[in-house]
Design a protein around this ligand. Structure first.
Ligand code: NAP
Length: 291
């Protein structure tokens, strides 16, 4: 437990609702491990209070904070600066106070690519990524796949209008070069080409643990040795990953992305490379009843 003193500095997460956030668990575990005089708190902030909350954070001397739904886009005009990464995906999940200004970035990309880079030393240049879903998390996944250098990035969604908006939002970005969007009925053709298949939809999330975004027949097309990556972290494994494992695929669940995006944010706030990633992971696993 972090000891609160007269000099304790504040970090936190803003969202609406924010009660479900796992960030306080992992960040306070890291702070305790490092013996730092910080505390990380949940701040429930309704959309209409975002601007006044930011002014309050200045007055309180808040060091930095995480941003979750529904503020990831809405906060951008209120910041002095955002990094090119956050700009590319159009969303901020981490804000820090630098030189009396709020600076926003996005650590979801680093979180997403981290388990791919550390576990699988592949040359991604000839590879094909197929991404299910076209929501907020899919934007970080597309940017991550682009950063890894995938030859083709295919995004599959259920709504043509939202897919078109998704594609058009990258129009003036280099990310558009190898990005294609498709409706769900094209899956049977796309899955056999996939070296990386990512589920960014919430299908299969607790409590609907028997659901999968793909039928068994669709998953049967996945090449043996492909990587199946589910951004969902409860249950472990999801039905989607169970199907993929049966196909001989390599499975990655969403927990490591969660841990690594948090570790990347903590490095920014503390301005130090050394953060206890193992302690953060373990705190989450324990909290989620995974050990
Ligand atoms: P989101 O913005 O609401 O996007 C969800 C996407 O899934 C949308 O494209 C939506 O389609 C699609 N979808 C939802 N239900 C569907 C269905 N029944 N059939 C087909 N498509 C469906 O949510 P998000 O923020 O991207 O989050 C998505 C998932 O990723 C959640 O499970 C979240 O917990 C997880 N996530 C994990 C991490 C991590 O660190 N591991 C980070 C971020 C998110 P429409 O656009 O047509 O509605």
């Amino acid at each position: 437990m972090t000891k609160i003193t007269g000099t304790t500095k504040l970090l936190g997460v803003i969202g609406h609702p924010v009660e479900h956030s796992l960030s306080p668990i992992m960040h306070n575990a890291a702070i305790a491990q490092l013996g730092l005089d910080y505390a990380y708190l949940p701040f429930p902030i309704a959309p209409e209070n975002l601007q006044v909350a930011l002014a309050g954070f200045v007055a309180l001397g808040v060091t930095g904070f995480s941003v979750t739904i529904p503020h990831k886009q809405a906060i951008i005009p209120l910041l002095s600066e955002i990094t090119p990464l956050a700009e590319a995906i159009g969303a901020v999940n981490t804000v820090t106070r630098q030189n009396h200004q709020w600076v926003g970035t996005n650590t979801d990309i680093v979180g997403f690519i981290s388990p791919l880079q550390t576990t699988y030393h592949q040359d991604w240049g000839q590879k094909v990524a197929v991404i299910l879903g076209n929501g907020g998390a899919a934007r970080a996944v597309v940017a991550g796949c682009h950063q890894l250098g995938f030859a083709e990035i295919h995004v599959v969604g259920r709504n043509q209008q939202r897919l078109t908006q998704f594609r058009d939002s990258w129009e003036h970005s280099p990310l558009a070069d190898n990005l294609q969007v498709h409706t769900w009925d094209k899956l049977a053709k796309l899955i056999p080409q996939a070296n990386l298949l990512v589920n960014t939809t919430p299908i299969g999330m607790y409590p609907k643990v028997d659901d999968s975004p793909l039928s068994a027949a669709e998953m049967a097309g996945l090449p043996k040795g492909a990587i199946a990556y589910d951004l969902i972290y409860i249950p472990q494994p999801t039905q989607f990953l169970k199907q993929a494992i049966t196909q001989g695929a390599i499975a990655i669940d969403g927990l490591e992305m969660l841990v690594q995006q948090g570790a990347a944010a903590l490095k920014i706030w503390l301005q130090q490379e050394n953060v206890p990633v193992d302690v953060m992971r373990q705190a989450l696993r324990h909290h989620l009843g995974l050990n």
